[in-house]
Design a protein around this ligand. Structure first.
Ligand SMILES: [Zn+2]
Ligand SMILES: [Zn+2]
Length: 535
């Protein structure tokens, strides 16, 4: 999201999404950034609300488009820094740490940071004081009245802003479809206490690497129950170190051990906190589950806890990892079995409370699927019915340009919006054509027709061959391949001498003919890659 006035443009958060199996070979999705290239005034600040991947994962991609500082709380910036380093970016002095209630100037605006509670420490909402009025952006939040770190949601400041007058409120809608209140992070402590009391073997817990509160609860219980703690997996190690260095994670001295020491201790003396809560194939828990981790093993005495929500689309891989662990005899515990996870997003009552506190002139639901935005809009209508001056509820989608002026608010245009696919192996953006090829490969396999052609005469040398990958191993496919070899010979024979001695032409001819053949005969569209050897 970008906010522009006559004198300034600032960008709020820069996140990524993770790709599902429908996008083979794609690691990340970032938003289409072309609007940021063209917007005037040029962006001079990036404002970060908190350190979750869907808010900071895209910072290295947005970085070059911002002529100025990146503001965030210390923990958020500590999580951003290694991402920049991975991309070879030296942040210099552009990462500027801010504290709640602090204000910074961006062009003709003042940006104020407000403490909110969420599933990790150091999260803020934004109040952007523009010449046209104050805009409040909640970021991700819930109202946790017993925060693990004692840092409370700043109800007072939200209420003050509300009574001073707010032009527009942009509010998180993720959990609008849950009744009541979400509940405190502290709630999971009871379930874990029970697990610590009853487990006799090794205890392994997987959660998001950014879930510092969850880490704190686990570390405290480990100290209480006499278990040593190993952080397993790169993200978990990195984040626990950063959180500890900055004072967000309090670790008693001598409590932690390295993952290489896990097997040398009695199982009842160990707690592993591991990455892999989403079933990511290379993460620690997925490796442990298939007995492929260098140091950490799991057996029938052990307990494994999944203390995270499944991001939609990840249910299958997570289920596989759980099955592997269960097959090794481990006691596998997840949300459905015990209360080992609580959401970081406010439910209906918290979202209503936010509206009542801020009392904006315009209300815009954000964060969530369209059905959640529309539900949030409907509920906002109920909450604000009869309020004077009236609250205008606006339902906008990605790309909509919302304009506030003397006449009120309106959708004044559409910016290019969509997603850019990133292959994190280093090749960068994945274009549609590449994706199409990958889908063909995944669904319909690969056909490689191989022919040798005499450079002088254009005649066929030896027998042509067709190599296949990913085709069904049955009689029908074998027959199809045999026929395709015959067809290949016919295509070469039927081609003119010019075609035969022109690699480009003959390849295209082979591709067209074989594509037609396979589509007609099998209904499939394998990727066809002709190889011509000139002899
Ligand atoms: Zn978040
Ligand atoms: Zn989020």
């Amino acid at each position: 999201m970008a906010v522009s006035t006559d004198g300034a443009t600032m960008v709020i958060d820069a996140g990524v999404m993770f790709a599902g199996p429908e996008l083979p070979g794609v690691d990340l999705l970032i938003p289409d950034l072309s609007y940021l290239h063209q917007v005037r005034p040029r962006p001079t600040a990036l404002l970060l609300t908190h350190g979750h991947e869907d808010h900071i994962g895209g910072v290295p991609y947005v970085w070059p488009l911002i002529d100025g500082p990146v503001y965030g709380t210390p923990l958020t910036l500590a999580l951003v820094r290694p991402k920049l380093e991975e991309h070879g970016i030296d942040p210099g002095d552009r990462l500027v740490a801010v504290q709640p209630r602090q204000r910074v100037r961006v062009g003709d605006c003042e940006v104020e940071f407000l403490r909110v509670t969420h599933s990790m420490p150091d999260c803020v909402a934004l109040a952007i004081h523009t010449p046209a009025g104050t805009i409040v952006h909640t970021g991700d939040f819930k109202i946790d009245q017993t925060p693990i770190d004692g840092q409370h949601f700043d109800v007072h400041r939200f209420a003050e802003l509300g009574s001073a007058g707010v032009l527009a409120l942009f509010a998180d809608s993720t959990n609008i479809d849950r009744k009541g209140f979400t509940g405190s992070e502290l709630e999971v402590k009871d379930a874990f206490e029970e697990i610590f009391t009853t487990s006799t073997g090794k205890l392994l817990v997987t959660t998001f690497a950014s879930s510092v509160y969850r880490m704190q609860i686990l570390v405290d219980l480990a100290a209480q129950f006499g278990r040593q703690v190993a952080f397993v997996g790169r993200g978990m190690l990195q984040n626990s170190e950063a959180a500890q260095r900055l004072g967000y994670l309090r670790l008693p001295a001598g409590l932690t051990i390295r993952d290489s020491d896990v097997e040398s201790l009695p199982p009842s003396k160990v707690l592993c906190i591991a990455t892999g809560s989403q079933g990511e194939p290379f993460a620690a828990m997925s490796r442990i589950a298939i007995n492929d981790h260098r140091f950490v093993k799991v057996g029938s005495e052990d307990t494994v806890v999944f203390s995270a929500r499944a991001i939609p689309g990840n249910e299958k891989p997570i289920g596989h990892v759980m099955n592997h662990l269960a097959r090794r005899g481990a006691d596998v515990i997840y949300e459905g079995i015990k209360h080992v996870h609580v959401s970081g997003h406010g439910s209906e009552e918290e979202l209503k409370l936010m509206l009542s506190l801020v009392r904006p002139r315009h209300f815009i639901p954000i964060h969530g699927e369209y059905r959640q935005l529309s539900q949030h809009a409907r509920i906002a209508g109920r909450v604000t019915a009869g309020v004077t001056p009236a609250v205008t509820v606006m339902l906008v989608e990605n790309g909509d340009i919302l304009r506030f002026d003397e006449a009120g608010a309106s959708i004044s245009g559409k910016a290019p919006a969509g997603r850019v696919l990133i292959d994190a192996s280093g090749s960068g953006e994945v274009i549609d054509e590449v994706l199409r090829d990958r889908r063909h490969l995944a669904e319909d396999g690969l056909i490689v027709p191989v022919v040798a052609i005499n450079k002088q005469t254009g005649g066929l040398e030896g027998d042509p061959d067709v190599v296949s990958r990913g085709l069904a191993q049955d009689a029908a496919s074998a027959e199809l391949l045999r026929e395709s070899v015959k067809l290949l010979a016919d295509v070469i024979q039927g081609a003119s001498i010019e075609e035969r001695t022109d690699q480009g032409l003959i390849k295209e001819k082979i591709r067209v003919e074989l594509r037609r053949f396979f589509r007609k005969r099998s209904g499939r569209r394998p990727l066809i890659v002709p190889v011509i050897m000139e002899v």
